[in-house]
Structures are given as structure tokens and as C-alpha cells.
Design a protein around this ligand. Structure first.
Ligand SMILES: [Zn+2]
Length: 251
């Protein structure tokens, strides 16, 4: 039974992940998420069911459009698979609970902003606001311990990132700052700082790898959103454990 439920959450995650790709690509451009139906952005070929099966289509089409042969970005099947795995993992960790809804919303938000930040270097306000409202309601119904940790977390998340933005003179985008407000609300202050710490490490590693890969595009800025997303998910599931471990090293 447990296995069946895990499979259901995984499948839902794949389908939602596929939808999140569409949302992340269209919302920043001000496009509708339902019209027009999915199509190849190069040859305009309308995608059929065969092209739209999450992950599998990418594998069977060998990562190319069936119309024009243009390579499909590997980011999209990775996002689908990641959403599937994270949905299943969230259910495994939390079971049927209010907190599971928090986790699913949080994962969804992070997947969408990863897609849009990679594609456009942008984390749209609309997306943040769409998720912020239900997350506030859920943190009232299912508060952190102590309950005010959400408020402190949001203020600390926003404040620290805002300071970094001032000191680094634009090294941090406005979207990143607002995203940390939402992260603080969901996680509380300590895991939020942990998120920032982990995101910096992940961002540095990604930066070094992409520098090595492309020598000429040295000046292209690297979106910070994906690093924040990975860090926030680690902090959500393991933050308390990691913070406790660290504090116990000293006290
Ligand atoms: Zn095409």
C-alpha cells in the first residue's frame, strides 16, 4: 500500500513538474499558461501526447523536437524527475498531514522559480505571491515551534538578503530577496540562514563548473535561484538536524 502511494505521489510529481516547466517559462513573459497549447518554440510544431509524457518523451525522442530536430533543454526532464522524486519523498517523510501540503507547495514554488530563473534570470512576483498567500494560511494552521519563528524567519530572510544586496551593489536580485521572505516564513530563522549558507556553497560550485565549461562567457551572470532552491529543500527536510549537529559541536 505504501509503495502504491509513493508511486502515486511520484507520478503526480512528474505531471506537475511538466506543468511547472510551462508555468516557469510562460509567466515571466506574461503569457497564458493554457493557451496556446504546448509547441516547439523553434518550428512551432504543436506537441502531441507522445511528446508530453514527462521524462519518457525526452528519452524516447533522444532530447530532440520531432519537427525540426532542435535540442530540447535537459533542464526540463530534470525538473520533471526532481518534482516526482521530491513529491514522493515529502509523502514518505510527512505522511498525510497539513505539513505535507506545505511541503508540496514549497517544492512547487522552488521548481517553478528554478525554471524561470534559469530561462530569464528572473523570479516573478506573481509566482511568489501566488504561493505566499496559502503558505501564510498554512503556517497559521500548522505553526512552527515557537509559532513566531515564521515571522522572525521571514524578517531575517528578507533583511539579510537585502543587506547583501546593498553591500554587493546589485549582486543579489530583487527576486532572490523576496524569495527569502517566503523561505523564512516556511522554515523559521535558523534553517533560513542555513539555506543562505548552503546556497552560497552550491552557487560557488556551480559557478566554478560553468567557468571551466565556457571560457568565453565569463561575464554571463549565473542565476542564484537554482542554488537557493536546492539549499532550501535540504534545509526544509534536514535543517533542524544540521543546525543541532552544528550547535552541538560547540556547546
Ligand atoms: Zn521544433
Amino acid at each position: 500500500m505504501e509503495f502504491v502511494l509513493l508511486f502515486i505521489f511520484f507520478s503526480y510529481g512528474l505531471v506537475f513538474g511538466s506543468f511547472f516547466n510551462v508555468v516557469g517559462l510562460r509567466i515571466p513573459k506574461g503569457e497564458s499558461i493554457v493557451k496556446p497549447p504546448s509547441h516547439c518554440t523553434v518550428c512551432d510544431r504543436r506537441l502531441t501526447i507522445k511528446d508530453l509524457v514527462p521524462v519518457f518523451s525526452y528519452v524516447f525522442l533522444k532530447g530532440k523536437c520531432r519537427g525540426c530536430g532542435t535540442k530540447i533543454n535537459w533542464v526540463y526532464p530534470v525538473m520533471e524527475l526532481a518534482t516526482g522524486l521530491l513529491f514522493a519523498f515529502a509523502y514518505l517523510q510527512l505522511g498525510f498531514s497539513l505539513e505535507l501540503i506545505v511541503a508540496l507547495l514549497f517544492i512547487s514554488l522552488l521548481v517553478i522559480i528554478t525554471v524561470s530563473d534559469i530561462a530569464y534570470m528572473l523570479i516573478p512576483d506573481k509566482i511568489l505571491l501566488f504561493f505566499l498567500i496559502p503558505l501564510i494560511v498554512l503556517r497559521v494552521l500548522e505553526p512552527l515551534d515557537p509559532w513566531w519563528d515564521s515571522i522572525v524567519g521571514a524578517v531575517v530572510g528578507f533583511g539579510v538578503l537585502f543587506l547583501i544586496a546593498i553591500v554587493s551593489k546589485g549582486g543579489m536580485g530583487g527576486g532572490d530577496i523576496k524569495l527569502f521572505f517566503v523561505i523564512g516564513l516556511v522554515l523559521g530563522w535558523a534553517p533560513t540562514l542555513l539555506t543562505l549558507f548552503l546556497a552560497s556553497i552550491i552557487g560557488t560550485v556551480i559557478g566554478i563548473i560553468s567557468l571551466r565549461r565556457s571560457k568565453q562567457s565569463r561575464k554571463t551572470p549565473i542565476p542564484f535561484g537554482p542554488s537557493i532552491a536546492i539549499a532550501a529543500i535540504i534545509a526544509y527536510f534536514y535543517g533542524e538536524m544540521l543546525v543541532d549537529w552544528y550547535v552541538n559541536l560547540f556547546f
